[in-house]
Design a protein around this ligand. Structure first.
Ligand code: FMN
Length: 361
């Protein structure tokens, strides 16, 4: 049993993982306080999952403008940073490693999150998404286009958040460049119609991400910085995974070889092992750095893709919700339980910290 590849140690940049199982970032919306600070409940939740080779936190806001979902903690104030320090301390005490996922939803936010102000995006184009506001899901609006000064300010917000993550005792940071968030808005030619240094060619659309990586890398060293991306993402009216989109990501993955990152955390698509191998082989052909594979992996699929040596680690999201001891269950061949979907994105301790480790009988 101990020979399964998921249980092998792996090094991702400066991060030494005792096994190849990463806990994927998951928004759980448990910061029920005006400060949007993580609490003791968060510390308990993450410490329960310290058996992961690496924990990636839920996406946390880099500034008040970054907010796009209720009850999600930030990492831009001292109170939030102090809350995260309790989380990292608990995880480290339990023998784990944890990086902070830094996020910003840009145009996918809503005035209800921003004191009535219109969200900003790369250009004034509605991404056609939904934003989960205090009064329920609402359609996104046509955003304001970022000014050059706002772009510089937002890159500064990522730097500041990265500094707070250091103060909070994290082991590194992961940049949330997935789904409908701000960075993929910049990468997307349908949403980014800019004609300055941040729009036009694929290279210019990637500049926002690369500038953020420079800023965050200054704080951490690039070998403690990861990036999560979803080349095949389909959502709203702007995100479709056609061949043009994928070709753009091929170029970006190639370009990111120069950044010497700890890892790229890449979403695939649901499918058979053959389909997964084909897609991750495509990513691998363009990117020689560490790759963490994600989306819909089971223990068997994870072991198989690692066996093919296309990727370096595998991340699991939903399976960690109800199986805090997921790695131990993999090691011992214990069954997994399903989580309660009603408490994925809402609630308190129920469906969050009350899933026990496996016990026989
Ligand atoms: C409840 C929930 C919340 C999520 N929140 C985030 C998030 O904050 N940041 C992120 O990059 N991905 C987020 N995801 C996506 C997961 O990181 C992961 O990509 C996805 O669940 C697929 O992996 P899985 O099939 O192993 O669950 C979330 C997923 C779930 C189920």
């Amino acid at each position: 049993m101990t020979t399964q590849p998921l249980l092998h140690p792996v090094r991702l940049g400066a991060l030494e993982l005792p096994n190849s199982v990463v806990m994927a970032p998951m928004t759980r919306a448990r910061a029920h306080n005006a400060e949007l600070a993580p609490t003791g409940l968060h510390a308990t939740y993450y410490a329960q999952r310290a058996g992961a080779g690496l924990i990636v936190t839920e996406g946390t806001w880099v500034s008040p403008d970054a907010i796009g979902f209720i009850d999600v903690p930030g990492i831009y104030t001292d109170a939030q940073t102090a809350g995260w320090a309790k989380v990292t301390e608990a995880v480290h005490e339990a023998g784990g490693r944890i990086v902070s996922q830094l996020g910003h939803v840009g145009a996918a936010s809503h005035p209800d999150h921003l004191g009535g102000r219109l969200p900003a995006g790369p250009s004034a184009v509605n991404p056609g998404e939904k934003s989960f506001t205090p009064s329920g899901p609402k359609d996104t609006l046509t955003p304001r286009a970022y000014t050059a000064a706002e772009i510089a300010g937002t890159i500064g917000d990522y730097r500041h958040a990265a500094e707070n993550a250091r103060r909070a005792g994290f082991d590194g940071v992961e940049i949330h460049a997935q789904g409908q968030h701000l960075i993929p808005q910049f990468l997307n030619p349908r949403l980014n119609r800019r004609t300055d240094a941040y729009g036009g060619s694929g290279e210019k659309r990637a500049r926002f991400l690369l500038d953020i990586l420079d800023a965050v890398g200054d704080v951490w060293g690039s070998d403690r910085v990861g990036v999560k991306m979803s080349p095949c993402w389909t959502s709203g009216t702007a995100f479709t995974a056609d061949e043009e989109t994928l070709a753009g990501y091929d170029q970006l993955l190639k370009k990111l070889n120069d950044s010497d990152l700890a890892y790229l955390h890449l979403l695939g698509t649901p499918g058979t092992i053959e389909e997964r191998i084909a897609l991750f082989s495509r990513y691998r052909a363009h990117h020689q750095g560490n790759i963490v594979a994600n989306l819909g992996f089971t223990q068997a699929l994870g072991n198989e893709i690692l066996d093919h040596r296309i990727v370096d680690a595998v991340s699991f999201g939903a399976p960690f919700i109800a199986n805090p001891d997921l790695v131990e269950r993999f090691a011992q061949g214990h069954p997994l339980v399903d989580g309660d979907r009603d408490t994925y994105y809402a609630g308190h301790a129920e469906g969050y910290t009350d899933y026990p480790a496996f016990t026989a009988g």
